[in-house]
Design a protein around this ligand. Sequence first.
Ligand code: DX5
Ligand code: ZN
Length: 216
Amino acid sequence: MPIIAPSILAANFLDLKNECQRLNASEADWFHLDVMDGRFVPNISFGIPIVEAIRKATTKTLDVHLMIVEPEKYVEDFKKAGADSITVHVEACPHLHRNIQQIKNLGIKVGVALNPHTPICMIENVLTDIDMVLIMSVNPGFGGQSFIAHSLIKIKELKQKINKIAPQVLIEVDGGISLDNASAVMHSGADVLVAGSSIFHSKSPEETIHQLKKIK
Ligand code: DX5
Ligand code: ZN
């Protein structure tokens, strides 16, 4: 069964409390929180105060996806705000090994994200140090984009590598995931499905989460 992580970016921010309560009552496993800085990605989303507020509204796992430069300046604050896991981008971290250790030392889970053009080999030497790899299946920065088909090949390649050297590492896939492609993503080797628009813009987010959860 996939771990389902709805992306709050697509929620109604004016009604965030209610959106959180609906997710709490649903089969969603994690809350995926997209933090964007207008530097690493061409968009600004939300930051520490929103993570803090959402922490008060749920006991589910807060999966914080940092699309920011110099994440080392902020990871401690995000942990204090309530993050259960922090994912940083390999492209934003010239000292990735150090960034990973810093997050681990905070006592939370650590993930590393790869943009669509970034090859798997970029994280080979840290695979045994991390809890999760996030494969971006769109270019980060915006919700509602189309899934990049090549991501499936990348997920398969990563799955093979993980099976060989770090079988406990989860594969999270993020961007353009819907009921139409979720099964292909799972069959390629994903463990965690992030979905924003396809959940929040559907008639019934709860039902869409239920359908995603059923995918084998
Ligand atoms: C993109 C974000 C994604 C996004 C997913 O930069 O990292 O998490 O919110 O949204 P959808 O599912 O609409 O592509
Ligand atoms: Zn994300």
